[in-house]
Design a protein around this ligand. Sequence first.
Ligand SMILES: Cc1ncc(COP(=O)(O)O)c(C=O)c1O
Length: 483
Amino acid sequence: MSRRCVPTSLTAYISSARPFQTNTVHLPIRTSSSPFLYRLGHYRAFSQTITRYNMPVAIPKNTSAEVTAEVGGQANVDQLHRTSRDFRSDTITIPTDAQLLFALRASRGDDVYGEDPSTTNLEKRIAKLTGKEAALFAVSGTMTNQLAIRTHMKQPPHSVITDWRAHVHKMEAGGIAMFSQATTHQLVPSNGIHLTVEDIEPALQLGDNIHIAPTKLICLENTLSGIVFPQDEAVRIGELARKHDIGMHLDGARIWNAAAAEIEKRGLDATKEEDLQTVLTELCAPFDSASLCLSKGIGAPIGSAIVGTREFIARAKWFRKAFGGGIRQAGGLAASADYAITHHFPRLAGTHKLAKRLEEGLRELGCDILAPVDTNMVFFNSKNMGLPLDAVMARLAALPDPIIVGRERCVLHHQISPEAVEDFIATVAEMKKEKEESGQLKKDVLDQDAKDKLYRFVGPEGDKEDKAKVSEADLRKQGALGY
Ligand SMILES: Cc1ncc(COP(=O)(O)O)c(C=O)c1O
């Protein structure tokens, strides 16, 4: 970047770098009961990252904001505020000033030539964290899932077993058929929540019946709709797969959430690399390959990684090239993701607490909660209270400080504010009261921006769509929808 293009204040921050300035956080989400310890944890993790790369990075002084007008611009300060009230997905978190300043100091080599240390370091770090030999950085979770599946599959006829809600077959544009020429056998978990050996074993295609494409891969998802996959069951399924020489792939788009939940459960320390490594290694152990999204829970602007054996990753790299997915100067992206692992991962426990608070608040009001809330997602249905989903969404969007919910799935992320959760619950309470008192709901007037956001998923004819959604939700009462 030419010096002339850099805003003066940013240049000043960098040239006057006081390397170990503590970075502070905007939202009062705490992973420790002591704010001091929380900050100390952040500071320690931050210093470790900087030390590892030997990179002095200046963080704005005297500010508790993650995005400042001075560095990020007022539009991004406003964007962060809107994001703190946006429950559509955990993909909508925004990069912070500190994260982008960190990225500014990343290496700028060509990663397709294997010459970018920031990317290689990130890959090594993720491989170590997951207990696998190697890792590969790519642009998206869809790409890492499809690359991994393609790498597992050798020659058709062949088939893949998934949960019927699995992202890999339901939400990846038919990628398994397109790239791997494989049939997918989608199973409905008999317990309504997660697949078991008892579901999978009878569905395996092992014989030489020429009518049936043999099973070559089992794909599981952790978390699925925010639900943590029970580890003992993953281990049992892994043993079954090995017995029949079938591969195991994990769609770990939200494995960070599962890891954060496990760290909390065991009383480990989310700011400690060793603790994260212990838990992630265990979670990935039953699988030959895993895809870990970096741009969801932990808030990298882009990216996902596959992990596996050295041989597997070398082959996946070949496919990444063939898919057009090699990134040249990947360093800044990799560094943003690296920063996110260090600084945002420890915040997930706080996010999960907010999800629990939302669940409890909605449940107490009388909403149906459609799936267990293990991590960061709350699926709710307020229809039974006479509150159609689209009416709730419209009321939330019409608040003076709008809250955006895309459907019955509410996704919490590390930039959701506790105030947004309280406002959400209070709004549903107000609608309930209105309904009880007059039998009518007030008609909400939405501005165009709110309409655009809301109707992206439900369409302008909310009521009609809502009926379709509700019957779908009813059909799936026992499990979550799995978007
Ligand atoms: C479970 C799961 N796997 C994979 C993906 C794909 O990730 P991406 O959007 O980065 O392609 C998603 C996206 O939401 C997801 O929810």
